[in-house]
Design a protein around this ligand. Structure first.
Ligand code: ADP
Ligand code: MG
Length: 286
């Protein structure tokens, strides 16, 4: 009778765009006490749009976009696509960097036209002792800072939207008695704004991919079995470290392979739905 129950659960999932990788995934999901989510692409749309370009004195928008675009060509992060889109719209020729390195959870460092370019968050700027002007800090939205040869040259302001069904989905999980938490590499203010709008129980901001694994472990110690939901960009380690790893949306190929559950939809309601299916399946199997 056990395999039959799992078949029905797997079938119910597929109707809702939820792929369970076998009965073991359903069984594990039925034990879950906490759902830990990545922010970008999971709770938010992951469709970043450039809102503003703020060159430092003596710099101009075209130069900022050219440097940023050249750096971001190597990145698959949603931030990168938004910058590349604007560079393309404005017909900005992008140089192929002489060397380029993506720094996970921080941004990109590249050598462009003989200049050492940094394109990323405050952490990246701090790592390279770049002085940011006071005003650039604490602004709402995600800011991508740019530096050339050790000097701050400006920033690009980018915004992402919270998914429409985020608060409904988080409410549904809470009703199921599940603790909800969000992990993000983004700034504390942005994380707090998401918490206010969605009701997610706990938020942890400014985390590097390896910090996310540590947080997941401490949440598991406190609450029990944990499901992690992410898009797989920068979060493969934490996906692999969860009791149930779930990949959401289009996701990265590697994430889909590593995941126990794949949400083929980007709607957040699929998360509580998967828990409901697992519960029903578990009841039938017993
Ligand atoms: P999250 O998915 O929680 O937003 P990530 O680890 O994907 O976390 O990214 C964390 C932060 O690192 C981003 O908010 C951004 O500030 C910075 N970042 C990551 N990749 C890039 C990139 N390609 N270009 C610029 N900034 C980046
Ligand atoms: Mg991410």
């Amino acid at each position: 009778s056990v395999p039959l129950a799992f078949f029905s659960g797997i079938g119910a999932g597929s109707k809702k765009g939820i792929l369970f990788k076998g009965g073991a995934a359903l069984e594990a999901l039925n034990e879950v006490k906490a759902v830990v989510m990545d922010k970008t692409g999971t709770i938010t749309e992951g469709n970043f749009a450039v809102q503003g370009i703020v060159p430092e004195k003596g710099q101009d928008e075209i130069t900022l976009l050219a440097y940023a675009g050249s750096c971001e060509q190597v990145s698959t992060h949603p931030i990168a696509s938004s910058i590349l889109m604007v560079a393309k719209e404005r017909n900005i020729a992008l140089d192929r960097p002489e060397s380029v390195e993506e720094i996970s959870g921080k941004g990109v460092r590249a050598k462009v036209e003989g200049k050492e370019i940094l394109c990323g968050n405050e952490k990246l700027m701090r790592d390279f002792q770049i002085q940011l002007p006071e005003k650039a800090r604490g602004t709402y939205g995600t800011e991508v800072f740019l530096a050339a040869d050790g000097e701050y040259i400006g920033r690009i302001q980018i915004a992402d939207e919270i998914k429409r069904d985020a608060s409904l989905a988080i409410g549904a999980m809470k009703k199921q008695g599940i603790l909800t938490a969000m992990l993000t590499g983004d700034a504390q203010e942005n994380a707090r704004a998401v918490a206010e709008k969605t009701g997610v129980d706990e938020i942890y901001a400014r985390l590097l991919p390896q910090d996310k694994v540590q947080k997941l472990i401490s949440i598991r110690e406190k609450h029990g079995s944990v499901m992690f939901v992410g898009d797989g960009i920068n979060d493969a380690p934490v996906l692999a470290g969860a009791d149930v790893g779930a990949a959401m949306g289009s996701g990265a190929d590697a994430a889909i392979e590593a995941a126990d559950v794949v949400f083929m939809t980007s709607a957040m309601e699929a998360i509580p739905q998967s828990l409901t299916i697992a519960k029903k399946t578990g009841t039938i199997a017993k």
